[in-house]
Design a binder for this molecule. Structure first.
Ligand code: G4P
Length: 524
């Protein structure tokens, strides 16, 4: 098949939500439709449950599962669908942010009763920044929840999105009758717990009195609500959706397999085929002949006898081939991969070639870090894998003087994987770990011991935020750095970082040193 045909066949996306909104359930139902799994309950959640904070075996087990479910590929209607899983736990939000750089669109799941929750807000903000096309799925209509219009208002306000419903619920909770699909003008009637897929009843004209036969007194309410929708919400235009300007909304119940097929069928019609990416040097189009790709995630092998890692590479352009030497741009070295892996639902399998939109897993002995670019020789650097200013900080000290090398290597590799960020105090030489969640400190300690034989101890540090600092005004930068000498550190790339110990010190520094730029993400 030609490269263009392969590209057109692919849809690569992520499902994102606040924990418990139904992401895992929806993923599973989509896989069932794709025939990738046969029974419900086959997909284990990649989420690290809140209760796992002190249960290391549980975290290790779940990390193991999350390799298998990191990417779930399946075929549906001649299309190759790649769902990229994202950890639900907020302490792993950075993992999710990075995964979002590897998809072309997202489906956001919202619980009808809970509405827009904090994690959804954070994740959608990242999608909005990247102009990623978004489809919204309002879930759990079999339960009582918020009124549809109220919810759409909340979504528009809190998520700063323009929406237009493509389906509309007929009542909810115990009185939930079904969905009217505005896109196809079909009525779908709900029966609880029915796992079978119901075909819709065509209902072009809702004025048709037969509507009452199906949904009783809700018929008039539905007519009125749809009338209102026509007046209030813009007509759906695919180009606007693809530009990230308008988000179609679907309603349903993932658990009851209701509204899911309509979502999938609409998704495959409207969702973008793999799009290109901006490298620092130029824009790369997926249809270019030469292979290029970037690493967006690194996962340590769970098997203690094989301490290699899997680097997840998003293919951006061209055809990736097994055993062909590719340039690792940062190391300026050619590397061949003899065991590239594809992820099909719950299986991993060796592959000979991969195409734009695909995710290839490369076994790696420590050559990769997040954001690395692979090409056929061109010196390209993909952009858009930001690190965010961490929120929690501790000094990390060696607890076993005999193992200082192991500790250094462990910290180096774990931070390459993106588990946390490492800073070195310029004046003191002390190492500081910064994370977005408390769980990571314990994960690091545990993994250092079990994977590298090193033990570390944490000491508290009063830090509010870190900011990368740059300036055209070299004299001012030097002045700032010498006055704040004990608050300056270097990141792993040797860039200057200001360690602000309070919001006050950050704002006063920003006000006083106006020629200095304070950056809160690593991409500047
Ligand atoms: P997540 O991945 O977004 O965290 O959510 P997940 O799919 O695990 O769903 C969270 C809970 O919500 C699960 O219940 C799931 O069964 C339930 N759920 C998902 N979709 C629907 C729906 O359409 N209607 C209703 N009523 N419930 C739904 P749980 O009891 O926490 O877990 P489990 O023991 O059922 O797995």
């Amino acid at each position: 098949m030609s490269l263009i045909k392969e590209i057109k066949r692919r849809r690569t996306f992520a499902i994102i939500s606040h924990p418990d909104a139904g992401k895992t359930t929806l993923t599973e139902k989509l896989l069932l439709f794709g025939g990738a799994i046969q029974v419900a309950g086959a997909v284990k959640s990649n989420k690290i449950k809140k209760t796992a904070t002190s249960d290391w075996m549980e975290i290790e087990r779940q990390r193991g599962i999350s390799v298998a479910t990191s990417v779930m590929g399946f075929d549906y209607n001649d299309l190759k669908i790649n769902i990229l899983d994202t950890p639900g736990h907020q302490d792993f939000a950075e993992d999710t942010f990075r995964t979002l750089t590897a998809v072309d669109s997202v489906i956001v799941v919202i619980d009808v009763a809970k509405g827009v929750e904090p994690q959804t807000e954070k994740l959608v903000k990242v999608c909005r920044m990247r102009k990623t096309p978004i489809i919204l799925f309002i879930n759990k209509l079999d339960r009582p929840g918020k009124d549809g219009f109220e919810l759409l208002d909340e979504i528009e306000q809190k998520l700063d999105l323009n929406v237009t419903p493509l389906s509309w619920p007929i009542n909810m909770g115990a009185k939930f009758k079904g969905i009217y699909n505005i896109f196809d003008r079909n009525l779908y009637l709900f029966e609880p717990n029915k796992q079978r897929v119901e075909n819709g009843v065509a209902f072009d004209d809702l004025a048709n009195p037969f509507l009452v036969k199906y949904i009783g007194e809700d018929a008039q309410i539905l007519r009125d609500e749809l009338h209102l929708i026509e007046g209030v919400y813009p007509e759906f235009e695919i180009e606007e959706y693809l530009k990230g300007n308008i988000c179609p909304v679907f309603f349903g119940s993932a658990l009851n397999n209701f509204g899911v097929k309509e979502l999938l069928d609409c998704f495959i019609r409207i969702a973008p085929t793999p799009v290109g990416r901006d490298a620092e040097e130029r824009h790369v189009d997926p249809a270019e002949d030469e292979f290029t790709g970037f690493v967006f995630k690194i996962h340590a092998n769970m098997d203690p006898n094989h301490r290699d890692r899997i680097a997840f590479v998003r293919v951006v352009s061209g055809r990736f081939e097994r055993n062909k030497p590719y340039s690792h741009v940062r190391l300026n070295r050619k590397i061949k991969f003899s065991n590239p892996t594809a992820f099909m639902a719950q299986k991993k399998e060796l592959v000979d070639e991969m195409f734009p939109g695909d995710i290839v897993g490369l076994y790696d002995a420590g050559n990769f870090k997040i954001g690395d670019t692979l090409t056929e020789g061109e010196m390209l650097h993909y952009k858009g894998i930001p690190s965010f200013s961490p929120e929690l900080f501790r000094y990390v000290e060696n607890a076993d003087p005999m193992k200082s090398k192991q500790l250094a290597k462990g910290l180096d590799q774990l931070t390459d994987e993106g588990v946390a960020q490492l800073f070195t105090g310029k004046a003191t030489g002390r190492k500081i770990i910064g994370t977005v969640g408390a769980l990571q400190f314990e994960v690091i300690q545990h993994r250092l011991l079990h994977e590298y034989g090193a033990s570390c101890r944490y000491e508290p540090i009063t830090l509010y935020k870190t900011a990368w600092i740059t300036s055209e005004n070299k004299a001012m930068l030097e002045d700032f750095k010498s006055r704040k000498a004990s608050y300056i550190a270097l990141d792993k790339e040797g860039r200057d970082v200001f360690l602000a110990d309070s919001p006050y010190s950050l704002t006063t520094s920003m006000e006083k040193y106006r020629d200095i730029k304070f950056h809160f993400t690593s991409e500047f």
